[in-house]
Design a protein around this ligand. Structure first.
Ligand code: ADP
Ligand code: MG
Length: 580
């Protein structure tokens, strides 16, 4: 329970609004208690036939005033506590998304998209229930139980104790059920997450499933996850349901006990009918919140598993910024003795090279050789296992994240476009850029003409992941982004997807505009594009196998010269056109 409270404290961040709504709650409950005290005295006066017209009028006015105050305050309270709840969760969402942006990419490889988006959808909805309803209801019902229990005991200690003791005796059963629920909740939520994940895969892979002729057949992983989720839900509900029903039965038994004890006392002349009547009317008001307390504690215990999933992500640490930062002198890039492995899969081994400022270095090699990984390490998506990467002589691990990313313009192999307008997709590189600046960048990237030919020009939506554009067009948009950002270091991962010759020419032109005066590290697949590079590095099995400029590597007669010869052969075939 203490852990739970600590976790709430941690996820809330700012506790002020939630505590204020709790206090307000207490005031409202006191007004309600006062109302029943007045009812009690009115009943006593009526039964003893002591009531005068003036007295009854005074009681009635007091009651009317209290009822009005109660409803006014509870409407305010309801509004206030909902606001506190939604504000808290909105704050939590922002905190979580800010936090996610600071986490290393390895986090996103460990946790799939569905697991992360589930935090924002299901788990946040659960958090909303906690902060808007459950916490509020649990506190309220606990206060009422104590308050009304005391009121009943004050009206008559003996009968009051019968009600309170028998009713509270049922509570351990409920708490036991709640603990069991708490144990099952993480499994249930994990089953829900698995169902989400397989459903997402099912939808993403729709064209493959259709092509494989599986339209009629069930997609097995999804069917299995769905079956499992159903089984977990049923088991949890039945186990909890039985205990819950027994709890309710015990509360009814407590009422019966009060009825018996009360009748016996009245028959014995030891209790006034007025007080007994008050118990008959009022004890229900005591059982109801006790029942609510049980139900909401149970609900809360369940969604606490969701809160924990959110808290776990918030506890993930961003890559640490090392102390000892010195301002970089220039923008030369250097890898010094870099080793790197994904888990235990070694990818780079003792890689050392430098890219002098203002020059072009190309990385080439077979697929899987570690080229993209080298780029990712420079971007500090992961940290090197051994050695160091420096920019202008400064270790990249000492840069503040924003400072490091301000140095790079990147064109990735798979360009990601957001489902937004072309204008906004380019502006992503520099949020404050004017429309005119965006268009200028687009002109330099040779994409202005094709954008203008879209039905709504720059305001055209590019569709999910940019699906309305071709691969070559997406590449050019990425180049426009990079031109707009105008960072000193340029990283390019050339698209492997075959791009039509016209697009290729335009991409080359765009790149030439982009490259002027920059320090460039480019991964190239078409060797013809990097013939002029100052330095070419061949990465094979994570090691630099060959290095030098085009002429030197051609003379070396290794991987590069063979690959060059092969690609020239293909080009000459293409140039000759298809054989009949
Ligand atoms: P290249 O860009 O030269 O084709 P990569 O750097 O993408 O090569 O990959 C190098 C090796 O690392 C490959 O064998 C690939 O399977 C593996 N690899 C790449 N990314 C990951 C990852 N996130 N987790 C585990 N292995 C990876
Ligand atoms: Mg690659």
């Amino acid at each position: 329970m203490l852990n739970l409270l600590r976790m709430i404290r941690f996820t809330i961040g700012e506790t002020g609004p939630v505590i204020r709504s709790g206090l307000l709650n207490l005031a409202v409950m006191l007004a309600l208690g006062a109302l029943y005290v007045v009812v009690y005295f009115l009943m006593l006066a009526l039964m003893r036939q002591e009531a005068t017209l003036g007295g009854v009028t005074a009681y009635t006015l007091a009651l009317a005033g209290l009822v009005a105050a109660y409803y006014f305050a509870s409407i305010r309270l309801n509004h206030y506590s909902l606001q506190a709840g939604y504000d808290t969760v909105a704050g939590l969402r922002t905190r979580l998304s800010d936090h996610l942006r600071r986490l290393p990419l390895s986090f996103f490889k460990k946790n799939d998209t569905a697991a992360i988006s589930g935090r924002f959808l299901h788990d946040m909805a659960d958090a909303e229930a906690v902060f808007c309803i459950y916490l509020h209801e649990i506190v309220t019902s606990a206060i009422i139980v104590v308050l009304y229990g005391a009121l009943l005991c004050a009206a008559d200690a003996r009968l009051g104790l019968v009600v309170v003791v028998t009713a509270l005796a049922a509570l351990p059963l409920m708490l036991h059920a709640v603990r069991a629920l708490g144990r099952e909740a993480p499994g249930h939520i994990a089953a829900r997450a698995l169902a989400d994940k397989t459903l997402l895969e099912h939808l993403r892979g729709m064209s493959e499933l259709k092509a494989a002729g599986m339209t009629g057949a069930r997609f097995t992983p999804w069917a299995e996850a769905n079956r499992r989720f159903r089984a977990m839900s049923l088991s949890m509900e039945t186990r909890f349901g039985v205990r819950g029903q027994i709890f309710l039965a015990l509360l009814d038994a407590s009422f019966v006990a009060m009825l018996l004890a009360g009748s016996w006392l009245v028959a014995d002349g030891a209790l006034s009918v007025a007080v007994f009547l008050f118990f008959l009317l009022f004890s229900g008001k005591f059982y109801q919140p006790l029942q609510d307390f049980g139900v909401f504690i149970a609900e809360f215990r369940y969604v606490a598993a969701s809160l924990k999933r959110i808290a776990d992500v918030l506890h993930e640490r961003p890559l640490p910024v090392r102390p000892g930062h010195t301002p970089p002198r220039g923008h030369a890039i250097a890898f010094a003795g870099v080793d790197f492995a994904y888990g235990d899969k070694a990818v780079l081994r003792d890689v050392s090279f430098t890219v002098p400022e203002g020059t072009v270095t190309a990385l080439v090699g077979e697929s899987g050789g570690g080229k993209t990984t080298a780029l990712n390490l420079l971007l500090r998506f992961w940290d090197v296992d051994r050695g160091a990467i420096t920019i202008g002589g400064t270790d990249i691990r000492t840069f503040a994240q924003e400072d490091l990313y301000s140095l790079f313009s990147v064109v990735f192999q798979d360009v990601y476009l957001f489902n937004d307008t072309v204008m906004n997709n380019i502006r992503l590189a520099r949020q404050e850029a004017s429309d005119e600046e965006v268009m200028q960048a687009a002109r330099k990237a040779c994409c202005h003409d094709f954008i203008m030919s879209l039905d709504q020009g720059y305001d055209t939506c590019v569709g999910e992941k940019g699906s309305r554009l071709s691969g070559g067009e997406r590449q050019r948009i990425a180049i426009a982004r990079a031109i707009l950002k105008d960072a000193p270091i340029l990283l390019l991962d050339e698209a492997t997807a075959s791009i039509d010759p016209e697009n290729e020419l335009l991409i080359q032109q765009g790149l030439t505009n982009l490259m002027r005066g920059k320090t460039l590290l480019v991964i190239a697949h078409r060797l013809s594009t990097i013939r002029q590079a100052h330095q070419i590095l061949v990465l094979r099995d994570g090691r630099i196998a060959e290095r030098g400029d085009h002429a030197a590597l051609m003379a070396g007669g290794g991987f590069y010269s063979n690959a060059w010869a092969r690609q020239q052969e293909i080009r000459s075939w293409n140039a000759a056109g298809p054989t009949p």
